[in-house]
Design a protein around this ligand. Sequence first.
Ligand code: SAM
Length: 429
Amino acid sequence: MKDLRNFKGEKMLHRADDINSSFWAYDSENLSKDRQLCLLDNVQFIYELALAQLELQSLGAKFEMTNGLREFSLLGAIDEEKLLKRLAYFKYVRGNPTDYFKIIQNNRTKSVNQYLTHWIYPYKGKFHPQMVRALLNIIGLEPGETVLDPFIGSGTTAVEAELLGVNCIGFDISPLCVLQSRVKTESIDVLPQIIEWKEEIQKAMSLPLFNSAGKTLDEVISSIPGEKEQNFYKMAKMVAISDNARRGREFNNAFLKNLELMFSSVSDYAKIVQKLNLKLGLIDIKTGDSRALPLENESIDGIITSPPYSIALDYVSNDAHALEELGYDLSEIREEFVGVRGKGEKRIDLYNQDIKKSLEEMHRVLKPHRYAAIIIGNAMYLGKEVKTTEFIIDYCEKIGFRLVKNIDKIIFGLYNIMQKENILIFQKI
Ligand SMILES: C[S@@+](CC[C@H](N)C(=O)[O-])C[C@H]1O[C@@H](n2cnc3c(N)ncnc32)[C@H](O)[C@@H]1O
């Protein structure tokens, strides 16, 4: 099978390495290795530079940006080991490669962000994992502490917390999200057991349809005793269903190809954990409603989350094929989702009510003085801009949060369409 690791991301990094010495030669400061901090080559946006500086501050480093903007000069003493272990936006600290730089080399896709298990399932509206790693640093979460994401979606917060040794509690109303978040973070616990089932699964795939002599794919999957192992194969099936529905790929081929990629990604994960001697965070992902969290008051050390952007994306229709396959009734499930209930103006009222309840819950479960990072954007509905960002800031300040940072995250997407989101960091007062 073709090894996908050498795709765009790594190639770009190597090319940048090759041209590094001449390209950055204009940097008059010509930093010596022992003072130097160097940004990763994929850092392109102003918000990323802002987060890079905030994570350095949070990790106790004093620094100065140099003329080249990509290299920072360290001022005074630093905890070098901590910086190497935790930083998200940096490639080198004093000439040594960071853990993150090593982690992102393990990428089986063409997208720089979809390293390790992040790529599993094409979920729309995923967080940028590097941003989440930086936010975990910025809001001061130490290994062993707990971050909550009450809208866990595709599990980005969970994977990044796990890698940093931070525990993560995640909820989502969508069983598909719970399944993918669990598979991305839990398969590493049972990799040998997962591999034991490979042959039988492949055998089931080669059976002609309606052949009663052998077991069908579904029968084999449901006969797997361990939940984590069974979830892995259920997810592989979901990825293939999505490939088939969205890209017209033949199901069997898509299934077998994705299965190989999933094996490789989980084994990459296991290898890098060993190589970097990572102590993984504990992960607990459940189906649940952000408006009524089954958590004790003041039990959480930090929150990183992104609620649905008003009515921007209909998560139920978007994943209809997979949710139906998992046996859910779409009209029933729809009633629990924030942002898709009701029609016309009523939909916005219901969204606002649901978001208020979710914010109150976040405030209730967070420990005093700790931080909640909320990533949100405004959406267009019925020809008008729905000002969700302003609404969230106002309401959070009413219920006892103080806005400490509001970072514009402006990016240009396909066809030069501007996408503006905000990274809001609140402190519970
Ligand atoms: C913007 S997405 C989160 C994406 C996530 N940050 C990621 O990296 O994949 C919002 C999520 O909220 C979930 N959601 C909608 N209503 C919910 C509710 N009442 N309780 C919990 N989750 C809900 C949706 O299923 C969706 O996965």
